[in-house]
Design a protein around this ligand. Structure first.
Ligand code: ADP
Length: 349
């Protein structure tokens, strides 16, 4: 075998070895669309290609096959976006390029699914947030018009409407505060907190602050903490916000149970758990996994009546993720709910 040919085949072998190490699917075909090489990422995505298989045996999308035919015809690189619905919805950017002087063509598939999902989430979020703002705003405009028109000379009605307007404006303001909290947390999502805080002290502080609200609702809050310190690495203000949201929810939604038990425990191994137990109506099983989604509420009217924004548990989840802590929710309809925060064991290394 001539040395030159050997060198070429060695180069090709190396080229395929490099392509095999890539995590994006790559398929190499010849001018008849016979599959010459498929890297492991392509095989795991599309299945194995038998020897001398043609491309259309595995890739069925007419758009991709048309594009490949055009690239084979004129040698010009092309890119298209392609969506697959089965087995699950996935988006790809598919690129076909000719390998100069080799009579070969390379197909690469860039997975856009995650980016698309994020885009959709962002659009849904903006739509939800706008919708939440529109309702109090429409009510404010309505009452202003009434005060300017039919209720112009009715001070009693005016006073009542002004009270409602104040409530609606406060609701918008709470919503904006929560939205800002969320966006600040998103910006810091990848920065781990560095402070040292005592979870028991935080719970004590929050309970003291919430006592007037609990008294008004007729709810008694108890606190149980171990003797030893319950220190974790964390951001004090953020952890206060977590416990505040959980204890406030327990008082509001579990009001009928008249009691909320807060307990801080240290497990063997150093894991610290802070749990908030209420004796209210509890939460049906199907809602539990969705509670931390933005604007998800079991009952929208009840949440609004209790001055909720539907963002409290989303904020809790964001803060806990940053702290590498987990929220564990257990609930028994009719018996009440427990929202537990599990901090990771300290790294003793
Ligand atoms: P909200 O501002 O509506 O309180 P959250 O994100 O804090 O928003 O909570 C989302 C929903 O989870 C609430 O609307 C309520 O339906 C449910 N929920 C939260 N905590 C409890 C609880 N302790 N008991 C029953 N339901 C709860």
């Amino acid at each position: 075998m001539p040395l030159e040919a050997l060198e070429i085949s060695e180069a090709v072998r190396k080229g395929y070895a490099v392509l095999s190490a890539l995590d994006i699917p790559i398929i190499v075909i010849d001018g008849e669309t016979t599959v010459i090489f498929a890297n492991p990422a392509a095989v795991s995505q599309f299945g194995a290609f038998s020897e001398r298989a043609i491309l259309s045996g595995r890739i069925r999308s007419p758009q991709i096959l048309d594009m490949v035919a055009q690239v084979i015809a004129d040698g010009r690189t092309r890119t298209i976006e392609n969506a697959e619905r089965v087995p699950s919805e996935r988006w790809y950017e598919v690129r076909a390029a000719s390998v100069e002087g080799e009579g070969l063509y390379v197909l690469s598939f860039r997975d856009l699914t995650e980016a698309r999902r994020m885009d959709r989430m962002r659009t849904d979020f903006v739509a939800n947030a706008s919708h939440e703002m529109r309702t109090p705003l429409a009510s404010l405009v309505g009452f202003i018009e009434t005060i300017q028109g039919p209720a112009r000379n009715d001070p009693k009605a005016q006073e009542r409407f002004l009270g409602i307007m104040l409530e609606q404006a406060s609701r918008m303001s709470r919503l904006i505060d929560d939205l800002l909290s969320l966006s600040r947390l998103e910006m810091r999502a990848h920065v781990a907190p560095t402070g040292e805080v005592d979870v028991s002290a935080i719970c004590r502080h929050v309970i003291d602050a919430l006592r007037p609200m609990a008294d008004e609702l007729g709810v008694e809050i108890s606190l149980q903490t171990p003797e030893a310190p319950t220190t974790v690495t964390g951001d004090r203000d953020e952890l206060i916000q977590v416990m505040e949201n959980l204890i406030e929810n327990a008082c509001k939604y579990g009001q009928s149970g008249k009691r909320v038990d807060v307990e801080v425990k240290r497990e063997e191994g150093g894991t610290i758990i802070a749990s908030v137990r209420d004796y209210g109506p509890g939460i049906e099983r199907q809602h539990v996994p969705r509670l931390t989604e933005r604007f998800y509420r079991v009952d929208v009217d009840s949440s609004r009546a209790k001055k909720g924004t539907g963002l409290g548990l989303a904020i809790v989840k964001h803060i806990l993720t940053r702290h590498r802590a987990r929220l564990v929710v257990t609930s028994e309809p009719g018996q009440g709910s427990t929202f537990g925060v599990r901090f990771p064991a300290p790294n003793l290394g």
